[in-house]
Ligand binder design. Structure first.
Ligand code: 6PG
Length: 241
């Protein structure tokens, strides 16, 4: 039985979408800790998710997330040093990590300062150490953004990494991305093993694209974001501007 669930939630702006997404992510993590004594979260890069992290860090946020029992990973990372302003680690650190009590060992960044292939191998080894080496890791929540070209994480249209079926993390050239640097990205087997996927996108163009993907219109399969179809739930938090 296909118990896949997809919901498309439209908001006037990213403030409203960010508040709703933060509440949903907190709910999922709190439930995970209640059920399994631990939670696992993959954070997204780019700029859209920043308001979500700021709300998750807001101690006034009820109910609070038991961060000491949550392990945090990245969906993708630019191959730059962690202090580089284009690093997804730096963005999450400034908007979330520096404002919550989370043990350093619970933060599993991609070592973007290493040569890309080595960074990907190291990240996959970290995933296998944490989850065990059998089937792809089942994350409680994977946050994703989407580019105007339908990429998600660093799975770009036409990049061979989109079709990777064995490895859990790999290298994307990122030639046409901004910044145009190589990236390490989780692969679709990992994204599609998630219990919950939360997309956060903003703007009319991405709203239309998200709608097309959610409706699975003809040709939408060419977008990597359309190939994220986890067995669990997929929520789209869409801000109109
Ligand atoms: C990255 C992200 C990427 C991002 C989209 C949307 O490293 O850039 O992982 O997939 O989510 O490009 O980016 P914005 O949220 O900045 O529009």
């Amino acid at each position: 039985m296909d118990n896949r669930r997809t919901q498309f939630l439209l908001f006037t702006d990213m403030d409203a979408a960010g508040e709703a997404a933060a509440r949903e992510i907190a709910r999922v993590l709190i439930e995970a800790v209640e059920l399994r004594s631990a939670g696992t979260l993959v954070v997204a890069g780019g700029s859209t998710p920043r308001p979500i992290y700021e709300r998750l860090a807001d101690r006034g946020h009820a109910p609070p997330v038991p961060w000491h029992l949550v392990h945090l990973f990245w969906g993708d990372e630019r191959c730059v040093p962690p202090a580089d302003q284009s690093s997804n680690y730096a963005m999450v650190r400034g908007s979330l990590l520096d404002r919550i009590e989370i043990p350093p060992d619970n933060v599993h960044r991609v070592y973007g300062e290493l040569p890309p292939a080595k960074a990907a191998t190291r990240y996959e080894a970290d995933l296998r150490r944490h989850f065990g080496g059998g089937h792809p890791p089942v994350f409680d929540c994977i946050m994703l953004g989407m580019g105007a070209d339908g990429h998600t994480a660093s799975l770009f249209p036409g990049d061979p990494l989109v079709d990777e079926t064995e490895r859990w993390a790999g290298v994307a050239e990122g030639r046409h991305a901004s910044p145009a640097v190589p990236r390490v990205s989780l692969t679709l087997p990992v994204l599609n093993a998630a219990r919950n996927v939360v997309f956060a996108v903003s703007g009319e163009a991405k709203r239309r694209l998200a709608r097309d993907i959610e409706a699975q219109i003809e040709g939408s399969q060419r977008y990597p974001a359309a190939r994220v179809r986890p067995a669990g739930s997929t929520l789209w938090f869409v801000a109109q501007k």
